[in-house]
Design a protein around this ligand. Structure first.
Ligand SMILES: C[S@@+](CC[C@H](N)C(=O)[O-])C[C@H]1O[C@@H](n2cnc3c(N)ncnc32)[C@H](O)[C@@H]1O
Length: 310
């Protein structure tokens, strides 16, 4: 991160000072949890035993990929706190039970709809978590400990994180690890021994590594790009893909392969234009976030999957 330490940036954000240090103002804050159906689209991706590059400040894409058997993970994000949040979540999964994990990190509509968690981010209630975090990543431990010694959990949760958070019953279905006690414990097992490589960078400027991957996950970051930028990004990523590898190129809410594009929508929703970029791009749909909320499988979200020929 340039010029300023993460602690200084966190202090500025938490105190509500206007700051613009990262490449993209909107992505300085952490996403508390994914707000797309990661679990839904992971059914279309090869992850078990694969090398994965994923975006994701909430760390949920990385944790879900690990839950599905990937041990070789690179996490790239513009947000400088991504690595620290990954280690916080990993240490929490490894030391506290699912109920306490949710009590620590859920905020909106927790424990009941229209109520917010009254004691969010109460890190000091979990000394065993902090002790484990220290063994995992000293720098992350020091950051979280300093912040929780300085601020209330509520102000950290409100100002260092975005407000984009689905209600708990939805979030549990969007990730793999929070679906049930069983998946939580399975994820705990699989997280042990996995040490991701973290890159704090803007992916549109290229990936600063020579490594090749089997699966690349872009979350919904292409929503913020125009068609030329999406094409350039795809072209820059294909050389980083092994033969037969896949790129999850973009996420579309409330859409399936038959949806008709509306002029006011972002270009990522223009299926003909995006598929026109490369003949090896397909659209895959699954129960969407709203489908999960309203418990109806017919409300779909979709992703683009590019598959490199063998
Ligand atoms: C687009 S956001 C939205 C959250 C997402 N819907 C989810 O469920 O996780 C996902 C992540 O992409 C990161 N991001 C956005 N544009 C990026 C870029 N050009 N390079 C690297 N990371 C980026 C953000 O910091 C954020 O952590």
């Amino acid at each position: 991160m340039p010029m300023i330490s993460k602690l200084e940036l966190a202090n500025d954000l938490i105190n509500g000072r206007f700051v613009h240090y990262t490449d993209h103002y909107s992505f300085q804050r952490l996403y508390p949890f994914c707000n797309e159906n990661v679990s839904g689209y992971m059914d279309f991706l090869n992850l078990e035993g694969k090398s994965v590059l994923t975006v994701g400040s909430s760390a949920d894409q990385a944790i879900s990929a690990i839950a599905r058997g990937s041990k070789d993970i690179t996490v790239l994000d513009i947000c400088p706190f991504t690595e620290d949040y990954f280690y916080l979540k990993k240490s929490a999964i490894e030391t506290i039970d699912k109920k306490d994990f949710e009590r620590l990190l859920f905020y909106k509509d927790y424990p009941r709809t229209f109520k917010n968690n009254r004691h969010p981010f109460a890190l000091k209630d979990y000394p065993e978590l902090l002790a484990h975090l220290q063994t995992q990543n000293e720098e992350s431990h020091n950051l979280w400990l300093t912040l929780s010694n300085t601020y209330s959990g509520e102000i950290i949760r409100k100002n260092l994180f975005t407000q984009d958070e689905e209600k708990p019953s939805v979030t549990r279905q969007l990730t793999d690890y929070l679906k049930s006690e069983k998946t939580y414990l399975k994820t705990r097992e699989r997280l042990a021994g996995v040490t991701p490589h973290f890159i704090n960078a803007n992916i549109t400027h290229g990936i600063p590594t020579d490594k090749k991957f089997d699966t690349i996950i872009l979350s919904n970051l292409t929503t913020y790009l125009n068609l030329e930028e999406i094409e350039r990004l795809l072209d820059s990523l294909i050389p980083h893909l092994n033969d037969g590898g896949q790129i999850m190129l973009g996420y579309m809410y409330r859409t399936d392969e038959y949806s008709t594009y509306q002029e006011e929508w972002d270009v990522i929703y223009h299926i003909d234009k995006i598929k026109g970029l490369n003949p090896d791009i397909e659209v895959k749909s699954f129960q969407g976030v709203k489908g999960v909320l309203f418990e109806t499988p017919h409300m779909k979200d979709a992703v683009y999957v590019y598959q490199k020929k063998r």
